[in-house]
Design a binder for this molecule. Structure first.
Ligand SMILES: [Fe+2]
Length: 292
């Protein structure tokens, strides 16, 4: 397993656009255990939801959480830790593992478990007790600008979640990616940059691999809703939107996404101007001085 991922990983990861710095906004979501006394231990955490397992009842039952978080999410974590132990992925933040193993759509073995761990953490944090309603002003204004109205956004998000064939996810994302992203495949045209867009993704795929900034997600794998809603996926989606969505989380994520986009623009501006660091500014002056 280690040899299988090591060779392509070096190429794909080093060729991605500024990805390590660009993704640090989520790095605090897990602990990184460094090798100690020669023992290499992968340690992706099985992070709990930010509320008790019965806190979303009656809209999402404790029984659903016991299976969904307690068994499905745990299995992704356990399997990922087994897959990456002793490999180059072992000490990477989870987001970097996802981008490295996405491999331009030719998925490397740890991708599905890595992305599913990230997706589920993000999903738990996309909900809260007493959720639903409408977002705070800044998010609401952007939604109105980019979808026409809050109702139009809800309809588009619900449609994406309902029409994702088989297993997958629906997302609200802030799209501010650049055109020269090395390891990303971008399904939405570049003229849509700096906008909120709704996307859906199959299986474990998430918008990080499109270089988008996710703001909200709903899990539409059957295991997410079957105990509470059986095959009535549309009822589950409506309950999520009306009773569970944490717009507080969306606001915080939007701030982080905009800050990330602004930092990228500053980096690109510095690169365009040839100021890539203190050394590049000081060395030519030193040479000039000596020539004089
Ligand atoms: Fe799930």
């Amino acid at each position: 397993m280690a040899a299988a991922v090591a060779t392509p990983l070096k190429f794909t990861f080093s060729s991605s656009h500024g990805s390590t710095r660009g993704l640090q906004w989520r790095n605090n979501q897990r602990s990184i255990k460094r090798p100690y006394r020669g023992v290499i231990t992968a340690k992706i955490d099985h992070k709990p939801p930010p509320y008790s397992l019965e806190a979303l009842e009656p809209h999402m039952s404790r029984e659903t959480f016991e299976y969904h978080w307690g068994k499905h999410h745990r299995a992704y974590v356990d399997n990922l830790n087994k897959q990456i132990v002793g490999t180059e992925l072992d000490t990477m933040p989870l987001e970097e593992i996802i981008l490295a193993t996405y491999n331009k759509g030719d998925l490397l073995p740890p991708f599905n478990n890595a992305a599913q761990v990230w997706n589920h953490e993000f999903f738990w944090e996309s909900m809260k007790p007493g959720g639903g309603g409408q977002p705070a002003e800044e998010v609401l204004e952007l939604i109105k600008r980019d979808f026409g109205s809050f109702e139009a956004f809800v309809a588009e998000f619900k449609a994406a979640a309902a029409t994702q064939f088989g297993s997958g996810w629906a997302w609200l994302v802030y799209k501010a990616n650049r055109l020269d992203v090395g390891n990303a495949v971008n399904p939405v045209p570049s003229e849509e940059d700096k906008k909120l867009v709704v996307v859906k993704s199959p299986n474990a795929i998430n918008p990080l691999v499109y270089d988008y900034s996710p703001l909200l997600t709903i899990d539409v794998w059957e295991h997410a809703y079957y105990l509470d809603f059986q095959n009535r996926r549309p009822d589950y989606i409506s309950t999520f939107m009306e009773k569970l969505v944490s717009w507080d989380a969306v606001s915080l994520r939007l701030e982080a996404a905009k800050a990330r986009a602004a930092e990228r623009e500053r980096e690109e501006e510095r690169a365009r101007n040839g100021y890539e660091g203190d050394d590049s500014q000081t060395e030519p002056h030193s040479e000039d001085s000596e020539a004089d």
